[in-house]
Design a protein around this ligand. Structure first.
Ligand SMILES: C[S@@+](CC[C@H](N)C(=O)[O-])C[C@H]1O[C@@H](n2cnc3c(N)ncnc32)[C@H](O)[C@@H]1O
Length: 267
């Protein structure tokens, strides 16, 4: 396993695992994206980067078979603890090595999990999803939107105190806020040299988890081209409110629904 890499270490930290395991909602974009491919949701489903199982409760009862994987043992364990009947393994989205070609109707990689994989490895993720899908199957995932950066790398977010008239609480909050500010600046110093902006994507140390991660942001049009280069067809993009193919994507996240072409029956 890739212990020591930025994304593996972050997603193994207990407070991040607990945070993901505490979530149990689907977003409007996810309802819309899964609605696009509803008959496939009822088939054989692979939930990649499942985290603490936010999506498991929704899919497990509907899918003919439901399997999930995560690169982080701690995330996989948290998901299993909440859903003991679910088939949850430890594995890597870049290879999906445990799964034979053409074994799923739907591959899901939700909540921008793909953005925590080195950008140089992104093509491997697309190729692996394509490989394990059956003809006619769909790959659904979200990713950060390059447009929201407006051409700038974000500064360190200031840590703010929520004021209170209780002097003791105010003291505790002040100390915590100071510690948060120091942690954010320390994380930024560690990761700042790995940030960059390119024409079609960026690698950004944004404010998530106190600036402790590097996140890939992509241009939606370039991402659709990358999907097409990987063999996918009929790609649809979905915004935060669940609207399909808006003229411009202005939300922080974009959902992609894309398909492996069905085999035409010859006559
Ligand atoms: C932002 S979290 C999303 C978790 C979950 N899908 C959800 O929606 O709540 C991203 C997840 O992707 C996992 N991940 C990151 N890189 C991965 C990889 N190469 N293979 C499999 N999972 C990976 C992380 O461990 C983490 O659990």
């Amino acid at each position: 396993m890739r212990s020591g890499t930025m994304y593996y270490d972050a997603y193994s930290r207990q407070e991040i695992v607990d945070d993901f395991a505490s979530r149990d909602y689907l977003t409007p974009a996810e309802f819309a994206a899964l609605g696009e491919v509803w008959p496939l949701v009822r088939g054989d489903v692979l939930d990649v980067g499942v985290g603490g199982g936010r999506t498991t409760g929704y899919l497990q009862g509907v899918a003919r078979t439901y399997r999930a994987l995560d690169i982080s043992e701690n995330m996989a364990a948290a998901c299993r603890a909440l859903y003991p009947d679910a088939d949850v393994s430890v594995g890597d989205a870049r290879s999906l090595a445990a799964y034979p070609d053409g074994s799923f109707d739907l591959v899901l990689f939700s909540f921008n999990g793909i953005d925590y994989i080195d950008h140089t490895d992104r093509k491997q993720v697309l190729a692996a999803a394509y490989r394990v899908l059956r003809p006619g199957g769909a790959f659904v995932y979200s990713s950060h939107n390059l447009a929201v950066l407006e051409g700038r790398l974000p500064p360190v977010a200031p840590a703010r105190i929520v004021p209170t008239i209780d002097p003791l609480r105010m003291l505790v909050r002040s100390v915590r806020t100071l510690a948060t500010g120091l942690r954010r600046r320390r994380n930024r110093r560690r990761l700042q040299d790995r940030q960059y902006l390119a024409g079609d994507h960026a690698v950004v140390n944004d404010e998530g988890y106190d600036h402790s991660l590097l996140t890939v942001y992509v241009d939606p049009a370039a991402e659709c081209e990358a999907l097409s280069a990987a063999g996918f067809v009929d790609t649809v993009t979905i915004d935060a409110r669940g609207r399909r193919d808006p003229a411009r994507h202005l939300d922080p996240w974009v959902y992609y629904v894309t398909r492996k072409a069905a085999v035409r029956s010859g006559r």
